[in-house]
Design a protein around this ligand. Structure first.
Ligand code: GDP
Ligand code: MN
Length: 394
């Protein structure tokens, strides 16, 4: 789960990391009021969306007058901001963060990620911050500092100092840099975050170290331990298809294709996506219905898949161990009837009660194609989908 920049900064502050003073605003009037509260003569208006690269998209504006602040706020609020991380549909801006502007002497990149291969937290830092880490590693791979944290002891002072020195920071800044690095690491481990990214971490003209931007992502499976963080969830920033499915307890991930998938087991679901691609189609989603899926759960899965308006064909692939093919078939039949399904539907059943399941489908009199292997099912659904496309075109 992601949270907004201002929420991330609030948390960082609690762990001893310096951030600029700021306040939240939901309207241009509130934005201007925040400026008077902050005083000073320069402010930054920042769109709060779950995405980086807002600057290039117009979502970060430095303003020198209250009129400019009001104009920037007016422009951003209610807009779907499109960055290269949001996809073409963009993300809705419904709140702003107004900050006192900072005079920047140097921009640094500081990131903490989980390295799955090493099973360790890895710190990535670069003295050339400000831009995307992908750009930095492509253009100046040697400028990247990497440091692996031993989970048995956590981030140590000497290790943080080493990173600070490698960044080439002035010796007077080392204590503040160490405090920042240790603070980020403690936040990461104590809150079960799986990413902490400060880009840029800046050295100000008055020689201070300040986190100018902040991005935090948390491990969904650990959120039950952090009710205060769970409350920060902002559904307006999520893929609505995933919110819909997630609220119904389904394990669903939205993709860009046309073929909806209902599968049991995460591994089989991944294999199904591959087979659809190999057959020349594009999957619209990953969906694992889980073991022991009742007819109601199958019906619910159909609703979640069809909630994506791009779906033009559906593949149901069940290898029943704990599941029962007759229950699945019952759910499929209910879905076709209740949802008045008109698009190509291919069902592959295998395993427990497969004969009963196949008989139910055959006796239903509904337009359902069956297949006995996964490869056959993938080819059939893509074939039928293409045929339907041709028919529509002619
Ligand atoms: P992002 O584009 O979503 O990563 O948003 P950031 O918060 O990182 O802001 C983008 C860029 O705007 C930063 O890299 C800075 O160069 C600039 N910026 C943001 N806040 C300030 C500020 O207070 N003062 C100055 N001079 N530049 C700022
Ligand atoms: Mn940034």
């Amino acid at each position: 789960m992601d949270i907004h920049e201002y929420q991330a900064k609030e948390m960082l502050k609690r762990f001893g990391v310096s951030t600029p003073r700021g306040g939240i605003a939901y309207s241009p009037e509130q934005a201007v009021y925040r400026c008077s509260e902050l005083s000073g003569d320069k402010w930054v208006v920042k769109a709060q969306i779950h995405s980086g690269a807002r600057g290039k998209a117009g979502g970060v504006r430095i303003c020198a007058t209250e009129e400019e602040v009001a104009d920037a706020a007016q422009w951003m609020l209610g807009r779907r901001l499109v960055t290269h991380q949001t996809g073409p549909q963009g993300k809705l801006v419904n709140r702003l963060y107004i900050e006192e502007a900072t005079s920047i002497a140097q921009e640094i990149y500081l990131g903490f990620v989980m390295d799955r291969k090493l099973e360790r937290v890895v710190v990535v830092a670069s003295a050339q911050g400000g831009m995307e880490i992908e750009e930095i590693s492509a253009n100046e791979p040697d400028s990247l500092i990497r440091s692996v944290v031993d989970p048995a002891v956590g981030m140590q002072n000497f290790q943080a100092r080493e990173i600070a020195f490698q960044l080439g920071l002035d010796p007077t800044l080392i204590p503040a840099a160490v405090k920042t690095i240790i603070g980020c690491y403690r936040l990461m481990s104590e809150t079960d975050a799986n990413m902490v990214e400060i880009n840029p971490l800046v050295v100000t003209k008055s020689n201070e170290i300040v986190a100018l931007d902040a991005k935090l992502a948390f491990d969904d499976n650990a959120l039950f331990r952090h009710p205060d963080i769970s409350e920060l969830r902002d559904k307006s920033q999520e893929d609505p298809r995933e919110t819909y499915a997630g609220d119904r307890g389904l394990n669903y991930i939205g993709l860009d294709g046309k073929i909806g998938c209902i599968v049991n087991g995460a591994g089989l679901a991944m294999a199904t996506l591959d087979m659809i691609k190999m057959a020349g189609g594009e999957p619209a989603n990953f969906l694992d219905v889980g073991g022991g899926a009742s007819p109601e759960r199958v019906l619910m899965s159909f609703k979640a898949v069809l909630n994506d308006r791009n779906v033009e064909g559906i593949l149901v692939n069940i290898f029943a161990g704990i599941n029962r093919c007759d229950w699945i078939a019952e759910g499929v039949i209910r879905a076709v009837k209740e949802l008045d399904l008109q698009m190509p539907l291919v069902v592959r059943l295998s395993g427990t009660n497969v004969e009963e399941g196949r008989k139910l489908l055959a006796d239903s009199g509904l337009n359902i194609t069956t297949a006995s292997s996964l490869a056959e099912a993938a080819e059939k659904v893509v074939g039928e989908w293409k045929a339907a496309q041709m028919k529509e075109a002619s």
